[in-house]
Design a protein around this ligand. Structure first.
Ligand code: RUB
Length: 325
């Protein structure tokens, strides 16, 4: 018998990082809204709408930084709101929600494949590439290039404190890509032997800056100094429409125990531990952003935001945004 998954379990898994990576978080949030629609016991569209609002609120409180999360939820909720106004039969209303969420999930998977193809075109024989954290989008580029018989090597930063770099190193080496794992602080040491840096994105803001795993901005700085090309792989649903309104992307700060065990910390009185999970890389340190719609310079981020999100009303933008739970 298949176990019934609850929305609260998905929300908990996102918070605890069992579900992680900006794209995956967005897809799982869409799945949670499908579950809400499927499990609704009432036969009234207005009741289902209330349940969707409750699920959306819960999901938006899980992690604050990945903008793909509010973008996914808002897309589905606005389609539900529009359908509610049409006074449809319950089943028809429910199906619209399920179809919209499934479309989001499928389009997300297609976008990653497309970025894989476009990005692979930028990888050349002999390239030495460095990456940080674990991005399904970056890995799609690297795996596609490898399947095209391109001969390149990858250096992976381990990505303290959660070591997502180990996941990347494992995934790449499993398919046969020559992979070297290094500590984050060795990135500068290796940079003169690197041709390209490629990282993923939790958010791209209106001025073209990148929000990604802590350490990304230091990597970009080292790449800039060494004149190494710095690429970002980002689906368009990672661009932040809220930043057009002057809103800032909230940087998640996680528990100190990820850095130092509590029993050790108590033996070190008067020490403050800070654990921001993401940082901001300025557009001046980014050469290009690879999206499923093509390659853009960071300065063109605003154009993508206008194209993708320009028709959304301000209160809808502000209504569906992340908050710390
Ligand atoms: C993951 C991270 C990834 C982006 C992009 O952080 O910073 O680089 O989310 O990933 P965390 P993807 O592990 O804290 O979620 O390309 O898979 O969406």
């Amino acid at each position: 018998m298949t176990r019934i998954i609850k929305v609260s379990e998905i929300a908990r898994d996102i918070k605890e990082m069992k579900i992680r990576g900006a794209g995956n978080i967005a897809r799982q949030a869409a799945k949670a809204l499908i579950i809400t629609a499927q499990q609704c016991k009432s036969k009234k569209p207005s009741r289902l709408m209330e349940e969707l609002e409750t699920s959306a609120k819960l999901l938006l409180q899980t992690r604050p930084t990945a903008v793909s999360l509010p973008n996914s939820i808002r897309h589905i909720m606005l389609s539900a709101k529009k359908a509610l106004k049409q006074k449809l039969e319950f089943e028809e209303f429910r199906q619209i929600i399920i179809d919209t969420a499934n479309d989001f999930i499928q389009n997300s998977a297609k976008a990653i494949l497309q970025i894989g193809k476009i990005g692979a075109g930028r990888i050349e024989d002999g390239d030495r590439i460095i990456t940080h954290c674990n991005s399904a989008t970056v890995n799609a580029i690297l795996k596609t290039a490898f399947n095209q018989d391109k001969d390149f090597k990858v250096v992976v930063c381990e990505t303290r404190p959660r070591y997502q770099g180990r996941i990347t190193a494992r995934e790449l080496s499993q398919v046969g890509i020559p992979t070297t794992l290094i500590v984050d602080s060795a990135a500068h040491f290796f940079m003169r032997k690197i041709d390209k840096a490629i990282v993923g994105a939790d958010a791209i803001v209106a001025n073209g800056a990148l929000v990604n795993k802590i350490g990304t901005s230091m990597l970009a700085l080292a790449a800039h100094e060494a004149r190494v090309l710095f690429f970002v792989a980002a689906e368009t649903y990672k661009f932040s429409p809220e930043t057009m309104l002057g809103q800032l992307v909230k940087i998640e700060e996680r528990n100190s125990s990820e850095i130092i065990p509590e029993n050790e910390l108590v033996r070190m009185p008067n020490i403050t531990v800070r654990n921001p999970a993401f940082d901001i890389t300025p557009p001046e340190h980014i050469d290009l952003i690879i999206t499923e719609k093509g390659i853009i310079p960071p300065q063109a981020a605003i154009t993508i935001i206008r194209e993708e999100f320009g028709s959304i009303r301000t209160d809808d933008l502000l209504n569906y945004k992340t908050s710390s739970g």
